[in-house]
Design a protein around this ligand. Structure first.
Ligand code: SAH
Ligand code: TYD
Ligand code: ZN
Length: 405
């Protein structure tokens, strides 16, 4: 039996992608050491309904000095996090000498606005390379994993935090009890723990199976997060749906009894109930839909290749590791993927070994089709690549279904 990481209940597995590589382990072309693989499969807890991976990858293999994901690569995300910072500055951080801690601050995309406002802050970020980028923006960073021990040290040195915030990070952390113990140690009596992550409701609705990879351990719903908060002595008091990254929810958690839960929380919970978002049959349908997308995508790419069309991929996302490896998309179908991230360029994508090239390669010359791996940034990327469309190029999308636009 595989145990739930929240409540130790038993997991019911509903999808298995087989052996998959680490999604952000971009390889040097001359690297001949064996790649690390693990079994990527997902189950739902029969007790608390938390959806989660069945196998955990050791955290130091994923988050280290060379971690290549740079949050500031998207202008839309930069705007989103500047707005988030202003929201905290205007609501929770208005008292005397307020203090905010961000778990997984990456390159400082959110905290730099807090720093500009002169508000006391600390980022906790284990990946040394991106932590250094945040420091170069004037952001204070502790290069460390947030967990009970580090949180207690921060509390002792700096006092209680009014806000503990995390974006696209809490879902990365299987040792969740230690996170809540850390929040308990560090959060002020009236403070809030706010985190936002991909929403299981959107993943299921859009068949966005590429949200499933090593780093995304948990797939949250209002119901599962509410139960988790309660288990650890907290309460879910607000939720907000966000359009970023293909659909997320921002959860606000407070010490039990300290705030009145919002109407939005009860509404989204009821919506989940009506949709059967904790029911096994929903996930069986999801698994069937995923298989269909794979069949359609691979058939399309093979047909285009056989017709002599040139297809390149756009955005060497972590998400695309699951798509490329599960669908079997190698350099025979897609000769390269372009990406703006310097540290990914010149490397090969994990498992599938597509060469990563700078975005200048995209226009040199434009391909017939571009497979949009970074579909969550579709608006931003399509706007800046309007010339590709004007030149007759077409985009291939596979979320929510395979289509050419
Ligand atoms: N908040 C950013 C970065 C998300 S990527 C954004 O939304 O764009 C996830 C980040 O969490 C990585 O930078 C990773 O190094 C960091 N991380 C992973 N485990 C962590 C932990 N236990 N404590 C703090 N940060 C962690
Ligand atoms: P993203 O979808 O944000 O995350 P993940 O890696 O977790 O799946 O990754 C976006 C990738 O796409 C990132 O490597 C940067 C790249 N990118 C571009 O090349 N051009 C762009 O305009 C944008 C927005 C992103
Ligand atoms: Zn559970």
């Amino acid at each position: 039996m595989i145990e739930c990481r929240v409540c130790a209940g038993s997991l019911s597995e509903f999808i298995d992608f087989g052996r998959q590589p680490l999604s952000d382990a971009f390889r040097k072309p001359d690297d001949s050491t064996p790649e690390f693989f693990f079994r990527l499969a997902v189950g739902i807890c029969e007790s608390c309904t938390m959806v989660q991976l069945v196998e955990e990858v050791p955290r130091d293999r994923m988050f280290h000095q060379e971690y290549p994901y740079h949050s500031s690569g998207s202008a839309v995300m930069s705007k989103h996090f500047a707005k988030t910072a202003h929201y905290f500055l205007e609501t929770e951080l208005t008292g005397a000498d307020p203090f905010i801690v961000e778990i997984g601050c990456n390159d400082g995309i959110m905290l730099k606005t807090i720093r500009e406002a002169g508000v006391r802050h600390l980022g906790v970020e284990p990946s040394g390379g991106v932590a250094e980028l945040a420091r170069s923006e004037g952001v204070r960073v502790r290069t460390d994993f947030f967990e009970e021990s580090s949180a207690s040290k921060i509390r002792a040195a700096e006092g209680p935090a009014d806000v503990i915030y995390a974006a696209n990070t809490i879902c990365h952390i299987p040792y969740i009890e230690s996170i809540f113990r850390g929040v308990d140690a560090l959060l002020s009596a009236a403070g809030v723990f706010v985190f936002e992550d991909p929403y299981l409701g959107d993943i299921v609705e859009r068949t966005a199976f590429d949200q499933i990879y090593d780093e995304h351990f948990f797939f949250f719903t209002v119901r599962s997060v509410g139960a988790m908060a309660q288990r650890f002595g907290f309460e879910l008091v607000d939720v907000e749906r966000l359009a970023v990254h293909g659909g997320e929810v921002r959860y606000t958690i407070a010490r039990a009894g300290s705030r009145t839960p919002s109407a939005a929380t009860a509404e989204l919970l009821a919506e989940e109930q009506a949709r059967g978002l904790a029911e096994r049959t929903t996930f069986d349908h999801f698994a069937d839909a995923v298989g269909q997308v794979r069949d359609d995508l691979i058939a399309l790419l093979r047909r285009l290749r056989d017709e002599g069309s040139r297809v390149v991929a756009y955005g060497a996302t972590a998400k695309s590791a699951t798509v490329a490896n599960y669908c079997g998309i190698g350099p025979d179908l897609v000769p390269f993927v372009c990406d703006t991230t310097l540290v990914k360029q010149g490397r090969l994508t994990p498992g599938s070994h597509l060469p990563v090239r700078p975005v200048t390669a995209f226009a040199d010359p434009y391909p017939d089709y571009a497979l949009l791996f970074a579909w969550n940034h579709a608006e931003e990327i399509m706007a800046k690549e309007q010339q590709f469309r004007d030149a007759g190029g077409r985009w291939i999308l596979y979320v929510p279904e395979v289509k050419i636009i």
